[in-house]
Design a binder for this molecule. Structure first.
Ligand code: AMP
Ligand code: AMP
Length: 337
């Protein structure tokens, strides 16, 4: 047992994070809103459950967490519910480099970072008149892919946006290929970038449109068959082994570039969201600089972590192991901010 405890907010990948922390010998704390506690009780992953009325109340329980020597593990819900400004001001130990959050949350900065990492990116159109190919139009601040639409050219874009209130669209080249979400882990303790696994998302309704043949689709109101990309769950995946060297290089380049733009750089889990074309070219359309929910199918480890660790090693457990090794080697200052 360690002096430090591992804490996270009850949602997204909390079950995985807490289970992984317990497997590494840590006591755990989950902070959740009312009624969510039942889930964490059922799975018995939290030694302590703190209930708050609203996630916005999180800063108020900081002192309590501090006294308990809690280390907070961020995930998408943590970022979504607390917001960047609040997170920056938190005074409890946080696993991750907070400076990276700015590079990830601002689309322009994110693009700069990915380009510096020598990754192929889908072309971005800042002016509608310049659209010369199939594009996916994303709404800024849209909650998980709602309201996205495709436009085949400039005229199509104008037609589709004409009746909509004026807003800030993010227009990106649509890449035809298969989506692959690559899960990585970089540890400043071992100085190694690891491939943790892959997933593909289950999105509604874009993943259900193929169940209605085009003949029937023509009879349906447009509103019913407009694609949306709201994530519901994730499927595990393995990729052709011949793709792995390239995938590893991509992860290593992202880490290297991050060390220049936001020293000491990115560490812990991260994910490249890519589309792979039939010419085996990866296009990266987004980066997540933290644990992604696509790692949840691998709570007992992925095929790749099984090869490397010979014991169940989820991303959640890998985080706890990083913290454990940092404690043992007196290097906590390298991973806590
Ligand atoms: P939730 O905890 O379900 O309320 O989600 C909080 C944030 O995490 C939202 O921004 C979601 O879009 C994101 N999120 C939750 N689950 C997933 C998932 N399986 N894949 C990708 N993002 C997710
Ligand atoms: P996002 O909200 O950016 O994660 O995108 C939601 C979904 O849209 C992804 O899971 C992909 O399936 C799809 N997508 C996003 N960007 C592109 C793109 N440039 N080309 C093709 N598909 C994309």
């Amino acid at each position: 047992m360690f002096n430090h405890k591992i804490a996270t907010i009850g949602s997204h990948s909390a079950l995985q994070i807490l289970k992984g922390a317990k497997d590494e010998g840590f006591s755990t704390i989950v902070i959740c809103i009312k009624n969510r506690e039942k889930l964490y009780k059922l799975f018995d992953v939290a030694d302590e459950i703190i209930i708050i009325n609203d996630y916005k109340e999180f800063p108020k329980i900081q002192n309590k967490l501090k006294k308990e020597k809690a280390i907070i593990i961020p995930h998408a819900s943590f970022i979504a519910y607390l917001g960047l400004k609040t997170i920056e001001k938190l005074k409890i130990p946080y696993y991750g480099n907070k400076k990276i959050l700015h590079w990830e949350s601002d689309r322009n900065k994110e693009k700069k970072w990915l380009a510096k990492s020598k990754l192929n990116l889908p072309k971005i159109f800042t002016k509608a008149e310049k659209i010369d190919r199939l594009v996916i139009v994303k709404l800024h601040g849209a909650d998980g892919g709602k309201g996205y639409f495709l436009a085949k050219d400039k005229d199509d874009f104008i037609k589709k946006t004409k009746s909509q209130p004026k807003q800030n669209y993010f227009i990106q080249e649509y890449i035809i290929g298969v989506p692959i979400y690559i899960h990585y882990f970089y540890s400043p303790i071992t100085n190694q970038v690891e491939i943790m696994g892959f997933d593909k998302r289950y999105e509604t309704n874009v993943d259900s449109l193929g169940r209605i043949n085009s003949y029937d689709q023509l009879d349906l109101p447009k509103k019913m068959i407009d694609p949306s990309y709201v994530v519901i769950g994730n499927f595990p995946m393995v990729v052709r082994e011949s793709l792995l060297p390239k995938i590893l290089e991509m992860g290593q380049n992202v880490v290297k570039a991050s060390q220049k733009i936001a020293p000491p750089g990115l560490f812990g889990p991260f994910c490249l969201e890519t589309i792979l074309t039939s010419e085996s070219k990866f296009y990266t359309f987004e980066i997540s600089a933290r644990i992604v929910a696509g790692t949840n199918p691998y709570i007992n480890g992925s095929p790749y972590t099984w090869i490397k660790y010979n014991e169940p090693m989820s991303t959640g457990r890998r985080i706890a192991r990083d913290i454990k090794q940092a404690i043992e080697q007196n290097k906590l200052e390298k991973i806590l901010y």
